[in-house]
Design a protein around this ligand. Structure first.
Ligand code: SAM
Length: 294
């Protein structure tokens, strides 16, 4: 087969000539068919493909008959390699960056290279495609209008708990990547820190044969995964904190007490209920207790 070609179901296609640039090419997160025609053209048309692990990527590239030269770019050599790669692009080459799965740089190598490429103003072109974070979010049934992605939590228990403490009152949907080895520990840490009632979704083995979605409270899922060491790759999604959960009861009671000294009871109740997003009835009840205690 000629250079710069690729195969789909045994049919050969010629890749168009590429502009010199650094191409960030998304690859599948499990199902080898989840790759765009443009990604295949780019991988086949490039002079070099930088892989997180050349052996892992060989499986994908061989499946599509792509013969482009490969080199490794991983967290241990990316700082040292970045300048060479940028210089190669400047000299007129089209170079692709791929990771073992999904979108490069998303909890994967490439950031130092892309930062240097941006600083040196070479073309950086995204060839979008699969990424576990967006697929998991879309199927989760949790709010998608506002979400935050936190990558992997710290592997050690104490650091993980303290990171979760920082995120306890975060309102947008929270998305984490997790190793199969630590899924159970993270779910029980979530139940401990966020409360066992918080809604959680575990998206396991997306796009693969044993794709499964687990929905429930943090407590339920911690129990379900207890003792498990391997359940495949997972994304853990957590419903954001509700506004009410964030309100410290001591804080609004203190404000209510002060306001009751300055204005009629009804006005104080209305203001506190509106300012703290609380039910008026609940605030009124406390106002009566405060009044009776005077
Ligand atoms: N760059 C990739 C992306 O765009 O999704 C993520 C790479 S990160 C090193 C690997 C983590 O992504 C896994 O530990 C898991 O949390 C998540 N992941 C990747 N593929 C997945 C899949 N098919 N199903 C569920 N989670 C997956």
């Amino acid at each position: 087969m000629a250079e710069h070609q690729f195969l789909i179901s045994g049919h050969a296609f010629v890749a168009p000539k590429l502009e010199p640039a650094l191409y960030l090419v998304s690859t599948p997160i499990g199902n080898l068919k989840d790759i765009s025609v443009r990604a295949l053209e780019t991988l086949a048309g490039a002079e070099l493909i930088l892989c997180e692990d050349t052996r892992t990527s060989a499986k994908l590239l061989n499946a599509y008959g792509i013969k482009t030269q490969k080199a490794s770019l991983h967290e241990h050599n990316e700082m040292a390699q970045a300048q060479n790669i940028v210089d190669e692009v400047k000299s007129g080459k089209a170079i692709c960056l791929i990771s073992d799965a999904g979108t490069p740089l998303i909890s994967d190598p490439g950031f130092p290279l892309v930062r240097m490429a941006a600083e040196e103003a070479i073309s950086i072109i995204a060839i979008p495609g699969a990424s576990a974070v967006l697929s998991a979010l879309a199927v989760s049934g949790l709010p998608t209008d506002s979400f935050s992605f936190f990558g992997f939590l710290p592997p050690k228990q104490a650091a993980r708990i303290s990171r979760l403490e920082e995120l306890k009152t975060h309102q947008p949907t929270l998305v984490f990547y997790e190793s199969p080895k630590r899924t159970n520990a993270t779910l029980s840490a979530l139940a401990q820190v966020f409360g066992s009632d918080r809604q959680v979704v575990v998206a396991r083995e997306l796009t693969k044969r044993f794709e499964t979605l687990y929905r429930g409270t943090a407590g339920e899922l911690a129990d379900e995964f207890a003792g498990e060491t391997t359940k495949g790759e997972v994304v853990i999604l957590v419903a954001g904190a509700s506004k009410v959960a964030q309100v410290d009861p001591d804080q609004w009671r203190a404000v209510l007490k002060t306001l009751m000294e300055e204005m009629p009871l009804r006005g104080a109740v209305d203001k506190v209920a509106a300012d703290f997003d609380l039910k008026r009835k609940q605030v009124y009840q406390i106002a009566l207790e405060l009044k009776n205690a005077e």
